[in-house]
Design a protein around this ligand. Sequence first.
Ligand code: ADP
Ligand code: MG
Length: 704
Amino acid sequence: MSEYYNVADIFGENVFNDTVMKERLPKKVYQKLHKTIEDGTELDLETADIIAHEMKEWAIEQGATHYTHWFQPLTGVTAEKHDSFITAPDSQGKILMSFSGKELIKGEPDASSFPSGGLRATCEARGYTAWDCTSYAFVRHDAAGATLCIPTAFCSYTGEALDQKTPLLRSMQAVNEQSLRLLRLFGNTTSKKVTPSVGPEQEYFLVDKEKYLKRKDLIYTGRTLFGSMPAKGQEMDDHYFGSIRPRIAAFMKDVNEELWKLGVPAKTQHNEVAPAQHEIAPIYETCNLAVDHNHLVMEILKKKANEHGLQCLLHEKPFAGVNGSGKHNNWSITTDDGINMLDPGDTPHDNLQFLLVLTCIMKAIDKHADLLRESASDVGNDHRLGANEAPPAIISMFLGNQLDDVIEQLVSTGTATHSLEGELLKTGVDSLPDLMKDATDRNRTSPFAFTGNKFEFRMVGSQDSISQPNVVLNTIVAEAFKEACDVLENADDFDKALHDLIKKQATEHQRIIFNGDGYSEAWIEEAARRGLPNIPSMVDAIGALTTDKAVKLFEDFGVFTEAELKSRAEVLYENYAKEINIEARAMINIASKSLIPAVIKYITSLAESVNAVKAACDCDISVQTDLLKDCSALLAQAKTALSQLEKVTDAGLEMEDGKARAEYYRDVVKAAMTELRAPIDKLEIIVDKKMWPMPSYGDLIYEV
Ligand code: ADP
Ligand code: MG
């Protein structure tokens, strides 16, 4: 490609999108597919055959030899199994390229090695993948050549969801149904469909590939398990929004280019707070597309980094003592005719509708704070949430001064009569104050902040799928809408019932609003006083999935069955123990094979030099001997801690999977890891840098 090009020309060139389908499919087939996409009707095999054929022809023109059902099992990353298009050779030894409708809409990967949390007995190892035609197929180019990727859902033989996509699609249906009910109450007869929109802001670190390859901890676990802070930390905040260096800029250019070709609307990029930390955000899209595209963003970041001699670290906390990475999940609900239900709006009834929507969301978040917290937990995120870093583990909502004041007035007097100064928007209703159009103020410490016309959920981990947070958001909001509609649809006096309901919801759930500093000690105490849950770790959070409240919620809206929820909890406990076990094993390996031998070498050379100096002169050698003593003491401490870590890790392997095992890894194994890290990090500062076998934090984050 020439150096300069028009983005519009390349955008979506690797995607079998609407334009391509319109161009290539017979009109009738195109219309049928559209009906399926819009109404969720099932695609018949005959139509699927024609689509599959055209899709294959198009993919072959792009150089594709293989196709894959691209799906999202409970491992957190995407999975795929590749099949080529070739048929068996005929009698002349010739092959054809074929792809049937059946192959397009349904795949049968051998699913026995994907986590199912006991949902699938080994005798029925088969899993099914089914094409999600609301997410376009695309061709991906990489070392394996070109592959047609078909976004799919993944279910067990008996129809239980084994993936992230199936429940997401179910939750989107729930929001759609209940939002339409709510809109109709306000006289809207035109909107036909309501979908959640999502814009995820992805944070990541970039380090030099060669240095990365010398860090076994980064290779095995995605984070450093040893390492002391460099002399310069991030105290200066001079990296945030700073100018982007040429090497990084060249990487970002390639990332954008590839994402655009894949139809991902990459929009913003900038340096983040920590050195070597950056962010990329696409323009928001329909929820399930945004989830798929976020997986692509993570994939392309890694791939392009590799091509630039870099390594992209998506882990939530690659470096202790340096700011970690998250993913801000911007969420709103929009109708097919362009109404954002979270927009305060500019006509009277829209504003009342907005206040109802707003107080419904307050109710949803307050009632299901535990579920929302759970949806953002993964092993890496435990280093951020509740650990003095953005954001705290307590769920609260930030509304900004104007909206907060509206709620306050509604609660204290039952009617709100005025509003704070600012850019005003007339509600036209005497009992309600005028609203501020934009929440111009910001609160970076809030986990769930209203930002003008959307909510920004800031707890999600950087390497985690954004699927589960959106499943939860969609479902809990659908529930609050449903409950409101149940009341209002049966009211004799709609206006009065509406007024009363807004007031009731604002009053009952005002405790979830917090506009202060979410990082402060005072907030932790205040939140406890308000009775808000403070769930500090992933292991504690998982239980939220299987409470009676959660089972009822998810079953009512057909998002998860109780069996699916239990299986997910089981998978999470298992994953937790597994990941900490890998970290502990990696520490043991690195300490015993590399770091401790290096310290011994250093001590030996120190001892030799002490003897040499002693032999040469009668001068003061106390500095050397003190150093020798310090190092030896720390070495002994490290060796003891290493033995202890080995012991507790071995014991963990003996335990049965489940909550108790996950707790053991969190409480016992992690504590032993900390004990080993402490003396070794101290030694790193003392030992001659030339003898330390791994690049330091400084080497990694300041020399990219
Ligand atoms: P910030 O100032 O927090 O960086 P931006 O306006 O840049 O916010 O948007 C961050 C993300 O939110 C982007 O992905 C953007 O497309 C998305 N976004 C903007 N408006 C909406 C909306 N109404 N619904 C969902 N996401 C949105
Ligand atoms: Mg943001």
